[in-house]
Design a protein around this ligand. Structure first.
Ligand code: IMP
Length: 353
């Protein structure tokens, strides 16, 4: 047993110090990320660094198509039959950005083979504890059998795990364990690391690999991102992308019907994939429950949600004097904040007596 005395940091523990800026307009701020893939040696360009979560109440073909149209990515979830998932993937219009999630055991090889027949180009090996021998084996299998695929692996929460999966051959890694808005992993298991800290640790590991001239992988901040401020903090801390579940939940493009609540409000379902409800939906039974299911307000179109987020992200970049995401990482100065400072950062006119 070992006790590490440094506190782990969450988004609300830090604040970015405003920096000198010479940017005259936000119009020219560039939020794009270029990713090289093995397929035809073509670069994938993402104009916005946002990926929708592979969850049954977030991403099927409608969300995937909208995310791609808006410059991001949507990963079709794996909580369905192989046939159904392949059918959803076949409805994604842009082959270069066709993405699905698979597991790392059970039917995953068969599932992958069917998805590849439907032009899968980006595969996400989606397991709760990604720092695992099954994950390493799955990455190695995919890299040897389907070398054209771009491989996203996760979730992991430490620099060691980042290095292990990068060395196994992953191209991008989902970072954080136990931070999701619908997640009970930390309560149930006592394990996890907040997303902000996980990104900092993975980025440190990435710089160490870079120094040794070794291959690195992209970092995806995943879980617990509540607002555009958290997105800016993630990107400034070293994430190349953020993955969003709750922020995109409840939009028109998410699977599922709009329901009218008892209070007359429009709502939609948002379920943790390890919640009782989600497990019952896809496998008829449940075990090791590590999530909750909920309803969220109907939010209208994903495009509008993304436009608002990206306008705020650009504003955040201008506060750090950054024209692009590399400059954001270079210029960012994080300060640890007190809880009084965090409270002051929220509107507080209503609390005054
Ligand atoms: P959110 O954006 O905070 O809602 O978090 C979404 C992320 O939570 C997903 O991308 C997954 O990494 C993670 N996740 C999804 N379902 C569960 C669950 O049932 N338990 C724990 N984590 C989950």
């Amino acid at each position: 047993m070992k006790v590490i005395n440094n506190k782990v940091l969450s988004f609300d523990d830090v604040i970015l110090e405003p920096q000198y800026s010479n940017l005259k307009t936000r119009k020219n701020i560039d939020t794009s990320v270029k990713v090289s893939t093995n397929k035809n040696k073509k670069d994938l360009v993402f104009n916005i660094p946002i990926i929708s979560s592979p969850m049954s109440t977030v991403t099927e073909h409608n969300m995937s198509n909208t995310m791609i149209d808006q410059g991001g990515l949507g990963i079709i979830h794996r909580y369905n039959s192989i046939e159904h998932q392949s059918n959803l993937l076949s409805k994604v219009n842009n082959n270069l950005y066709k993405s699905a999630a698979i597991g790392a055991s059970g039917d995953y090889k068969e599932r992958l083979s069917e998805l590849v027949k439907n032009d899968l180009n980006i595969v996400c090996i989606d397991i709760a504890h990604g720092d695992h021998v099954l994950m390493e084996n799955a990455i190695e299998f995919i890299r040897s059998e389907y070398s054209h695929l771009f491989v996203i692996a996760g979730n992991i929460a430490t620099g060691h795990a980042y290095k292990r999966l990068t060395q196994a051959g992953a191209h991008a890694i989902r970072s954080s364990v136990g931070s999701g808005s619908i997640c009970t992993t930390r309560i149930q298991t006592g394990h996890g690391i907040p997303t902000f800290q996980a990104v900092l640790d993975c980025y440190k590991a990435k710089l160490e690999l870079q120094k040794l001239d070794q291959k690195t992988s992209y970092i995806i901040a995943d879980g617990g991102i509540k607002n555009s401020g958290d997105i800016v903090k993630s990107l400034a801390a070293g994430a190349d992308f953020v993955m969003l579940g709750s922020i995109l939940s409840g939009t028109e493009e998410t699977p599922g019907d709009v329901i009218i609540s008892e209070e007359g409000e429009k709502i939609k379902k948002y379920n943790g994939m390890a919640s009782k409800a989600a497990q019952k939906d896809w496998k008829g039974t449940y075990n090791s429950v590590e999530g909750v299911s909920s309803y969220v307000p109907f939010k209208g179109s994903t495009k509008e949600v993304l436009n608002e987020i990206m306008s705020n992200v650009k504003s955040g970049m201008s506060y750090s004097g950054a024209q692009n995401l590399n400059e954001l990482r270079e210029n960012a100065v994080f300060r640890i904040q007190s809880s009084a400072s965090h409270i002051e950062g929220n509107p507080h006119i209503f609390n005054r007596k």
